[in-house]
Ligand binder design. Structure first.
Ligand code: ME8
Length: 508
């Protein structure tokens, strides 16, 4: 039997400034889904990378006193390092300055040109360099500023190449109607559909005034508009970054991003693909903003949170968990050092870490470390575990990452209640209740293994350690290992360091 493939992507990040928690957020959320699909036994290809051309990057390079390429090399490395630091399991890291990417973008553009979708025209409009896009007068915020960044826009007038985006209106609407859950959440889908319905203007897809970009194949005076160059990365990466027959992964099963780039992905991207004759993605999952002090965390606003101090103080898994749980996937959410500390202490250290610790200690004290056999007295818990697995799978199938963590956490709390209700320390004093004690210890180990498997995509390091503490083979995180009765059986627990040691908080 061939394994099903699953292809998922993050946006490729601009190399105009250092990565921050906003980028970490998207990469972590996508990694959670990637890991989950590997647990399901699928052949997963997970792509991330950097977007390196365009005016924005060229200007940042000038400001840093470097050539665009030197600047891009340096910054791209930081994004790559961030991914590694976050334990992101991306299969490839694309750079739009890769020669193979450039050649493939040129090939696609030639196809679009040959089919008559690209023509020469002139255009004048208000340009926001931070967005790398034109705005109509009516879209601008007060005093002619960008509606997203609040920064000044510039009038730009050019003679360049245009893509007949307007000609794709009906095909795009039909595609939306045929695929009702293509863009999630629904509010974003409706927003994107409205943009199409309200009418689309043709898109200027080349620039004559800058040279930091990919040359238009039939016009050496012009470079390809950075967004067209960037969007095609999702296709080009498979041509040279996914081994032989990389295109078997096409089309993307899931593309994750924040709402700032909804129009590019939900309107322009599908039209480009139609024009290039390529299949369209199955799902675009649009998440909200990570806010700091009530505002979107962004390079332009400057209210950035550096993820590294949090990783150093609390550990990487705490950051992954906090972002997945605190910021409801699809909605805006606030990052706060205080909230982070609170969740770390109550949920990770007390509810999860301490539960594992107590369980391992009790098995050690009362049963010499050997997990006792199932005495067949906990069918209800076995059912509950099965229900949790179904719920977590369902939530991740809907790309509702926060709900998946919530569903898994129901089991963590259920197991804590089990300890309180059955008080194993009382059972241990009563020779007539040996089997009851066996059962509660067995049930806790079963339940904790399920928790470790279900939360492994979110907290890979800690859940692997939890599996080791339970005497399990830590590498085996396939989803079926969460089911009751799939443990190694008669295993020996291993007393170790706490999963989430107590820490002093970081200053807000
Ligand atoms: O837009 N909250 O790159 P970019 C949540 N190069 N997510 C955030 C965030 C925040 N405060 N800040 C950034 C670009 N992000 C283009 C994309 S794709 C073909 C080209 C994340 O560096 C989020 O995923 O501005 C957002 O969509 C992306 O970074 C924008 O990154």
């Amino acid at each position: 039997m061939t394994r099903g493939t699953y292809y998922l992507t993050t946006p490729i990040y601009y190399v105009n400034a250092n990565p921050h928690v906003g980028h970490a957020y998207t990469t972590i959320m996508t990694d959670i889904v990637a890991r989950h699909h590997r647990q399901l036994g699928e052949d997963v290809f997970f792509l991330t990378g950097t977007d390196e051309h365009g005016a924005k990057v060229a200007q940042a390079a000038v400001a840093a006193g470097r050539s665009p390429k030197e600047h891009a090399d340096q910054l791209s490395e930081r994004f790559r390092a961030l991914g590694a630091e976050l334990d992101a399991t991306n299969s490839f890291f694309i750079r739009t300055t890769d020669d193979a990417h450039k050649a493939e973008v040129q090939r696609l553009l030639t196809i679009m040109h040959e089919r008559g979708d690209i023509y020469r025209g002139s255009y004048g409009g208000w340009y926001c360099v931070a967005c790398e896009t034109f705005y109509n007068e009516g879209d601008l915020a007060d005093s002619r500023t960008c509606p997203i960044h609040g920064t000044a826009v510039e009038w730009m007038e050019e003679d360049n190449w245009f893509f007949r985006l307007s000609a794709y209106r009906d095909r795009l609407l039909a595609w939306y109607d045929e695929h009702p859950d293509l863009v999630i959440p629904t509010a974003r889908r409706n927003e994107a559909r409205r943009m199409i319905e309200d009418g689309l203007e043709d898109l200027s897809i080349s620039r004559g005034q800058i040279d930091w970009g990919i040359q238009v194949p039939w016009d050496p005076e012009q470079v390809i508009y950075v967004w067209v160059d960037a969007l095609f990365n999702y296709w080009t990466a498979l041509q040279y970054g996914a081994g032989a027959d990389g295109t078997r992964f096409w089309p993307p099963d899931l593309q994750v991003m924040a709402k700032d780039i909804l129009k590019f992905h939900a309107v322009i991207w599908p039209a480009l693909l139609m024009s290039a004759g390529l299949e369209l993605p199955h799902r675009l999952a649009i998440h909200g903003y990570v806010l700091k002090g009530g505002e979107k965390m962004s390079k332009t606003t400057g209210n950035l949170v550096d993820p590294f101090p949090f990783i150093e103080t609390y550990g990487l898994d705490a950051l992954r968990y906090y972002l997945a749980r605190e910021i409801r996937f699809g909605e805006d959410g606030t990052f706060s050092a205080e909230g982070f500390h609170q969740r770390y202490t109550t949920e990770l250290a007390n509810e999860f870490g301490n539960l594992l610790n107590r369980t391992v200690n009790m098995v050690t004290r009362y049963r010499d470390g050997v997990i006792p056999p199932d005495r067949g007295r906990d069918a209800a818990l076995a059912d509950e575990i099965h229900a949790r697995i179904t719920a977590v799978r369902g939530a991740l199938g809907d790309t509702d990452i926060t709900r998946a963590v919530d569903e898994a956490w129901v089991l963590v709390r259920r197991l804590n209640r089990l300890v309180e209700e059955r008080t194993p320390w009382t059972l241990a004093k009563d020779p007539d209740r040996t089997e009851d004690l066996d059962q509660v210890l067995h049930s806790l180990c079963e339940g904790l293994r399920a928790v470790a498997v279900l939360l492994w995509p979110v907290m890979p390091g800690s859940c692997t350690r939890a599996m080791q503490a339970l005497g399990e083979v830590p590498g085996e995180m396939a989803i079926h290992r969460a089911e009751w009765g799939t443990g190694v059986g008669g295993g020996t627990v291993v007393v170790g360091e706490p999963l989430f040691p107590r820490v002093e908080g970081l200053p807000e």
